[in-house]
Design a protein around this ligand. Structure first.
Ligand code: UTP
Length: 305
């Protein structure tokens, strides 16, 4: 008698993710009081709000439908991606074609969709609001305050890895020492090959001595639609929030493959004041119109310190 068929591992997803979800409903307490009424996702990095860099990143890799998870006090986010006839008319009258094109860019970047998280109950809770938008497809999550420099490649590679191997794909960076406690920490299940590493499990914001490695999860994820069911099965974490990390661990325990793409390019966490300031200074120095004057001034200024 032949033995019963053995359970097969989950079939890799062949469909490449086509939709992006950007959670932007957090309270931004690290940046208060600036964030009392202004969403941190709209704080300008030189002359463009942080969130526009992120929507542009999604659009660049072909994610043409973008859902932003907003919430109380975040209404201005929708306005930024609408047309602004008065501003546009004024620029037209001034003949400022260049700035007009830049104003219009935000309207033309992607098909924008919005939904509201009722309360800031954690990143996992925010992502759960995307279920109807996502349907039964893999999708990307880009955190609304985490900018990846457009000259460096991360998300395109993550989408490729997800289409090949299915399951969860995480953006990872190497961090030093105690910094791991600001991030999710992964336990590798092998070595890094071509920038990709298999992940055994992960935990959110560990104490430095409890970290599983020095590889930290940053604000880019490609997720399978099973994450929504996993979120329903996940209990609130130590911070009283529904953690995306915990739901991903649940999926990993179900046998869903998890991989990370290790990123060593330029990244700015604009929800953190230090990193925000670094992003502004760096991108201002490299700005095509402002760069030369600004870096000249900065060089002089640094001499006086
Ligand atoms: P953060 O933890 O950086 O955002 O979440 P926060 O809670 O606003 O930050 P602080 O610690 O109070 O300063 C990462 C991303 O997830 C979103 C945030 O808007 C941010 O873009 N988020 C977080 C939500 O959409 N909902 C939440 O409940 C929590």
């Amino acid at each position: 008698m032949s033995s019963p068929p053995r359970p097969q591992p989950a079939t890799p997803t062949v469909l490449r993710a086509r939709k992006a979800v950007i959670p932007a409903a957090g309270l931004g307490t690290r940046f208060a009081p600036a964030t009392k009424v202004v969403p941190k996702e709209l704080l300008p990095v030189v002359d463009v709000p942080a969130l526009e860099y992120i929507v542009a990143e999604a659009a660049r890799v072909g994610l043409a439908d973008v859902l932003v998870i907003t919430g109380r006090g975040k209404d201005a986010i929708e306005g930024h991606f609408d047309a602004a006839p008065e501003v546009e008319d004024a620029l037209e009258r001034k003949g400022d074609e260049h700035r007009l094109a830049r104003v219009r860019r935000s309207t033309d970047l992607a098909r924008m969709h919005y939904t509201r998280q009722r309360e800031a109950r954690g990143l996992g809770d925010a992502v759960s609001y995307a279920e109807a938008f996502v349907g039964n497809e893999p999708f990307a999550v880009l955190l609304g305050d985490d900018i990846i420099d457009e000259r460096d490649v991360l998300l395109a590679r993550m989408l490729e890895v997800q289409a090949e191997r299915g399951g969860i794909v995480l953006g990872l960076i190497e961090v030093e020492g105690a910094a791991i406690s600001l991030y999710g920490s992964i336990k590798p299940a092998g070595d890094v090959v071509d920038g990709v590493i298999a992940v055994e499990t992960l935990i959110e914001k560990p104490k430095p001595e409890e970290a599983l490695s020095n590889l930290a999860v940053i604000g880019r994820y490609v997720l399978p639609p099973q994450i929504f069911d996993a979120l329903r099965r996940t209990e609130l974490g130590a911070r009283g929030e529904l953690e995306l990390t915990d739901a991903m661990r649940v999926l990993g325990q179900d046998g869903v493959p998890m991989h990370g793409v290790v990123f060593s390019g330029r990244r700015y966490d604009t929800g953190d004041r230090q990193d925000y300031l670094r992003a502004v200074v760096r991108l201002a120095c490299e700005h095509p119109e402002l760069g030369a004057d600004f870096s000249g001034w900065l060089t002089e200024f640094v001499r006086t310190l």
